[in-house]
Design a binder for this molecule. Structure first.
Ligand code: ZN
Length: 289
């Protein structure tokens, strides 16, 4: 074959091969772009709204393994069950009625609706952080539970922390929130000796986080100690007396004061309040290690 002819044949054979090769390369390249792109940096706990997918690393779900019980005070159906609510139950160092209907704003917004809204917001946030959250009631029963059963739910869950959510019914002009800690009680079925210290730690974190989340201040109508610390101590609450796990009550504000009521009836404020509860619990659990 003459050189010129050989060159022509070579070109005729090689050019299609080259074109085919280029086509394959292009197809591979196009296909390659359909494969998953490199993952962006994983969200961390510092990204406050990032959900924690299941199986997420520890940093994304810092509360994984923790059990938190939230106790929305009262129940929207309580008012319809006065006889059942009047039944006396064990409160540790005395007996008291099963539960009450709770208070309401002057405009008729019931405490039992408020406590559910705040507890649900707190639950959402705690679950994002990986915690297992149990509500003592979610308006999923006609009334109650009674106060002794509310304590039992926290105990049986082996909760790492329990927060009972309420709003107060003090007089107009009295504003602010406070956290109620268990007194040291050993009487009847009550024995709070094991929970007073961790409950105080939980309450202290809750005061700080609730203040940061809502901008509210501790109530002044319970004396200078509570005004300064946001903390009160009581020995008459079954939910605290019968608890075997760290537990506090949170009175988020005063429903009977018009300025506080304006906050408590605002859904955005309730979300912030729930966020404060969750942040306080998370800080307590992180501190405890
Ligand atoms: Zn209440």
């Amino acid at each position: 074959m003459r050189p010129a002819r050989r060159a022509f044949v070579a070109a005729a054979v090689l050019l299609p091969l080259c074109l085919a090769g280029t086509l394959v390369w292009l197809l591979n390249r196009a296909g390659g772009e359909q494969t998953p792109a490199p993952r962006p940096p994983a969200p961390t706990a510092s990204a406050p709204d990032a959900p924690a997918p299941s199986g997420a690393p520890e940093a994304e779900a810092p509360l994984r393994g923790a059990v938190v019980v939230l106790d929305p005070g009262h129940n929207p159906g309580n008012a319809e069950h006065p006889d059942e609510l009047a039944r006396l139950v064990d409160a540790g160092n005395h007996r008291k009625p099963c539960d009450t209907a709770g208070t309401a704003t002057d405009g008729g917004y019931p405490e039992a609706e408020f406590t559910l809204a705040v507890a649900r917001a707190a639950r959402d946030r705690l679950e994002e952080l990986g915690a297992t959250v149990v509500l003592t009631q979610d308006a999923d029963r006609p009334f109650g539970p009674c106060v002794d059963e509310r304590a039992a739910i926290g105990n049986e869950a082996g909760a790492d922390a329990v927060v009972s959510v309420h709003a107060d019914g003090a007089g107009p002009g009295q504003r602010g929130f406070h956290v109620i800690l268990p007194a040291r009680v050993r009487q009847g079925t009550a024995d709070t000796r094991g929970i007073t210290a961790p409950s105080r730690a939980l309450g202290t974190h809750l005061v700080a986080a609730f203040t940061a989340a809502t901008g509210s201040e501790p109530a002044r109508y319970l004396g200078p100690r509570t005004a300064a610390s946001g903390l009160d101590v009581r020995d008459d609450l079954a939910g605290l007396n019968l608890s075997a796990v760290p537990k506090v009550f949170l009175e988020c504000g005063n429903m009977r004061d018009p300025d506080d009521a304006a906050l408590l009836t605002d859904p955005r404020w309730r979300d912030r309040a729930g966020r404060g509860v969750a942040d306080g619990v998370a800080a307590f659990l992180a501190d405890r290690g």
